[in-house]
Design a protein around this ligand. Structure first.
Ligand SMILES: O=C(O)CCC(=O)C(=O)O
Ligand SMILES: [Fe+2]
Length: 236
């Protein structure tokens, strides 16, 4: 039985009804594969990325995790919305020349000990499946890209915004409510939180052992090639 997983693969995401216990969430998440990493998403003084109140632009989490799940412990009275956009639809708006550039543009996917950071193309597929998948986060872009790459990235970011305006989804999780996304398809972001926000989500990075995993191939083939992965920071 992998009903939840199938639904997320079909629709890109799934919001569960409120009233799910943490144990139920963990059990349901087993449907997606093993837990690669678990993190509390809340404000911590002196921490960065998701732990600071700043807004987060649309991004993919660690691409070695096919799925991301969140379970809400506490939500702010106002705000705390998480935005989702279908990156595949966004990519289909980009010109053929830019899409081809983006297939050749590696984005750093930041790991967390013991998961190594990885370099994956922004647009990729897993043969023999021709479906296009996305790996994008604004902090993982190449340091000094060719200007064609810069304009392709800009086009993609504009496409994300346009796609969000047309078909975006905004979700304000309630305590004991869960959300799972296809991390290779739906990009997520959030507006800024207040400096004293008590919002608290628990997040799982979930693998998918039943699908081809290009990151293993990329790690195997490209280990030692390309620049060393940068230190994990900022985004996830
Ligand atoms: O705070 C949120 O709604 C999402 C933060 C985020 O990007 C993450 O947990 O990966
Ligand atoms: Fe994230």
């Amino acid at each position: 039985m992998s009903e939840l997983r199938d639904r997320v693969l079909r629709n890109g995401y799934l919001v569960a009804d409120a009233g799910m216990t943490w144990d139920d969430f963990l059990l349901a998440s087993e449907d997606f594969g093993p837990v690669l990493f678990r993190e509390d998403v809340r404000l911590y003084r002196s921490k960065r990325g998701v732990h600071q109140p700043a807004g987060l632009g649309f991004h993919t989490d660690y691409p070695g995790a096919r799925f991301v799940g969140w379970w809400c412990v506490w939500q702010d009275e106002q705000g705390g919305v998480l935005d989702l956009v279908d990156g595949r639809l966004a990519a289909s708006r980009v010109s053929a020349a830019s899409a081809s550039r983006l297939r050749d543009t590696n984005i750093v996917g930041f790991g967390r000990d013991p998961l190594p950071s990885v370099h994956w193309p922004l647009l990729f597929h897993t043969p023999p499946d021709a479906t296009q998948y996305i790996n994008y986060n604004p902090f993982g872009v190449p340091a000094s890209p060719h200007h064609d790459t810069t304009s392709a990235l800009l086009e993609f970011r504009l496409a994300l915004r346009e796609q969000f305006n047309e078909t975006g989804v905004s979700i304000r999780l309630q305590p004991r409510q869960a959300l799972w996304i296809d991390n290779w398809r739906m990009l997520h972001g959030r507006a800024a939180l207040t400096a004293d926000s008590g919002r608290f989500l628990k997040r799982l990075w979930l693998d998918d052992l039943r699908a081809p995993r290009p990151w293993e191939r990329l790690l195997g083939v490209e280990a030692g090639a390309g620049p060393a992965p940068t230190e994990p920071h900022q985004v996830q």
